[in-house]
Unconditional design. Sequence first.
Length: 161
Amino acid sequence: MPFYIGDYLRDTGHLTLEQHGAYVLLIMHYWTHGGLPDDPVTLKRLLGLQGQGGENRWRSICLAIAPFFQQPGWKHKRIDAELKKQEEVSTKRKIAGAKGGLSSRGLTNVGRFVNQAIAEQTGTQSQSHKKKKEAQQESDGRKDLASISLSDAVNRKGWLS
């Protein structure tokens, strides 16, 4: 959860220590669960305000922090925007991860698999990051070996045994 300290301190300078604690607990719960329950009993339980004196403490906290949430439903505009942004970043990363770096090498998964099998067969696997470029150049010079069928490569790996 991103936490913008300057913004937080500017907006919450009037809160008591207990109100700060309650507000931070609620925004952390909001972040992890995508929102807050619209039920005072559950909210009090989240803040540990059951029992004697809890009702008066809840009233004080509620009056102080309610302006940060848009009613009804205890919605928080800033956290909703951050959750949306996080979801967009996550989706982009999932798409990039699914591509598996293929665009940088111009290979499909099958092409990468066949190149790896060729390298293993000929004993030319690279051992470091620095040697990858040399290995790729050697691989480019052995395009005739790429005629190994996918089933031959799978059998050589022993993946179907």
